[in-house]
Structures are given as structure tokens and as C-alpha cells.
Design a protein around this ligand. Structure first.
Ligand code: SAH
Length: 244
């Protein structure tokens, strides 16, 4: 008898931003493999499960991906209900796709359960509407960090007319700025940098494209943080100014 693996999004950090479906799946879990950006308070939903911490944070000591794959496989083959709990959404820069394919190729049933991804949560927490009629016709979620060190196509993103939400960008602010400026984005394009979105220690730094590196340095911006780049990034300030 084979078990099953649920790849579940834990949301951005605030335990209330977990979906009802994720909570239900956690309640039925026998084994939980926990990522390190996941709030441990969520474990209240699975008091009886065996919890294994398998953090994979860039630059820190981490559990090799292959080992995580094999753990999921082993427990599923024992007939267990396995939950792989990941920060944000499992398929937004979360390797959910890779893990689902790997398990599928070995005949293990796998289900994805959405989580609220950090970029969307960060925007709401700061009152930034990511799309806005007449201002932003879309959103691009991009990572500044690629496994093979290839550079994102910043010039194309600069011209796309969408709000950019950049993950894993804190260490690459100079490259992002230079790439977007080279692509023709305005130097005074608003930028919001949001650290620890949705958690009590959330901090926001408002800046613009040409100043963002200096402002982030003065602010001691650190990971995890997302950047929101686009005209919508000033909207919350305007709304607050109007209501003041
Ligand atoms: N699957 C996750 C993303 C994992 S990649 C999701 O959907 O949110 C890790 C990156 O996510 C971090 O480098 C940072 O850019 C972003 N991130 C995760 N949690 C965050 C938070 N609470 N606040 C701001 N950024 C966060």
C-alpha cells in the first residue's frame, strides 16, 4: 500500500495566512517535512505528526534536495500520509514542480496545496495593489538568483509594463538596478523593499530604482525580503496621505 505526499504552501509567515485546506491536510499528516522559512506555530495543526526539519536556505547549511526526495519516497512507500510544508506557495520558487515530477516518476501520488506567496502577501501588507487600472496591467514574479548564475532578462522586464516582484534579490540589488536602467526603466521608478512580510518583525523601505541600493544598505535590509518595482509601489503612501 502506497501513501501519498501533499506539497503544501505554508504562506508567508503569519500563521493566519494558511489556507483552510492546508490546515486540514496538516491535521491528517503522519510525517511533516518542514522548510526553514515556515513558521513553527503552524505545527499546532499537526500535534501528532512526526516532524523533520529539512531547511534549504540559500547560503546556509542545508539538506540536499536528493535526501529530501528520498525521505518523502521512503515514508510514502511505508504507506504514510506525508506533508512537505514549504514557505509561501510550493510552486513559486519552491521546487514544488521538481518534487512532484520526481515523486510522480516513481509512482507516488502527489497533491499540491496552494499557499500565499511572499510577494503577494508583502504587497497587501503594505497596501500596494499589484495591478491597478491604468497604472499596471500585470505582475511578473521573478527571481534574481538562478541556480546556473544566468542573469534574468532585466531589459525585457523593464519594458514589459508590469509590476515586478523580485524574490531573492537582496544580494543582487546593483545588478537589478543596472539591468533595469539599461532596459530603459526610469531612474525614479518607485521601489518598495519588504523584509519579513506578514510577520511581527516586518519592515518596509521605500525607495526608487536609482537609490535602492544606497537606501537598502542604510536600512540594513536583509533576507527574506522581496522588492516591488513599479508605479503602484507609491500607491499606499498616497492612500495613507489622503486618509491622514
Ligand atoms: N515559495 C516561497 C518562495 C521561496 S524563495 C514563496 O512562495 O513565497 C525564498 C524567497 O522568498 C526569499 O529570498 C524572499 O525573497 C522571499 N520570501 C519568503 N518569505 C518572505 C517574507 N516573509 N517576506 C519577504 N520575502 C519573503
Amino acid at each position: 500500500m502506497s501513501g501519498k505526499v501533499w506539497l503544501v504552501g505554508a504562506g508567508p509567515g503569519d500563521p493566519e495566512l494558511l489556507t483552510l485546506k492546508a490546515a486540514k491536510v496538516l491535521q491528517g499528516a503522519e510525517v511533516v517535512l518542514l522548510d526553514d522559512l515556515v513558521n513553527s506555530q503552524l505545527l499546532e495543526h499537526c500535534p501528532r505528526a512526526r516532524v523533520l526539519r529539512v531547511g534549504k536556505r540559500g547560503g546556509c547549511r542545508s539538506t540536499p534536495q536528493d535526501f529530501i526526495h528520498r525521505l518523502m519516497l521512503r515514508y510514502a512507500r511505508q504507506g504514510r500520509r506525508v506533508v512537505r510544508l514549504k514557505g509561501g506557495d510550493p510552486c513559486i520558487f519552491g521546487r514544488g514542480g521538481e518534487e512532484a515530477e520526481w515523486l510522480g516518476a516513481r509512482g507516488i501520488e502527489c497533491e499540491l496545496v496552494n499557499g500565499i506567496t511572499a510577494g503577494l502577501a508583502a504587497a497587501s501588507q503594505c497596501g500596494i495593489p499589484l495591478t491597478l487600472r491604468g497604472i499596471s496591467r500585470g505582475v511578473s514574479l521573478v527571481t534574481a538568483h538562478t541556480q546556473d548564475d544566468s542573469v534574468p532578462n532585466w531589459p525585457a522586464l523593464a519594458q514589459g509594463g508590469t509590476t515586478l516582484v523580485v524574490y531573492m534579490g537582496v544580494a543582487r540589488l546593483a545588478d537589478i538596478r543596472d539591468g533595469l536602467l539599461a532596459g530603459g526603466m526610469r531612474a525614479n521608478m518607485p521601489v518598495a523593499m519588504i523584509e519579513n512580510a506578514s510577520l511581527p518583525q516586518q519592515r518596509e523601505c521605500r525607495s526608487n530604482l536609482s537609490r535602492m541600493l544606497a537606501d537598502a544598505t542604510a536600512f540594513h535590509l536583509s533576507s527574506p525580503a522581496v522588492l516591488i518595482i513599479g508605479d503602484v509601489a507609491t500607491r499606499a503612501e498616497q492612500a495613507l496621505a489622503r486618509s491622514a
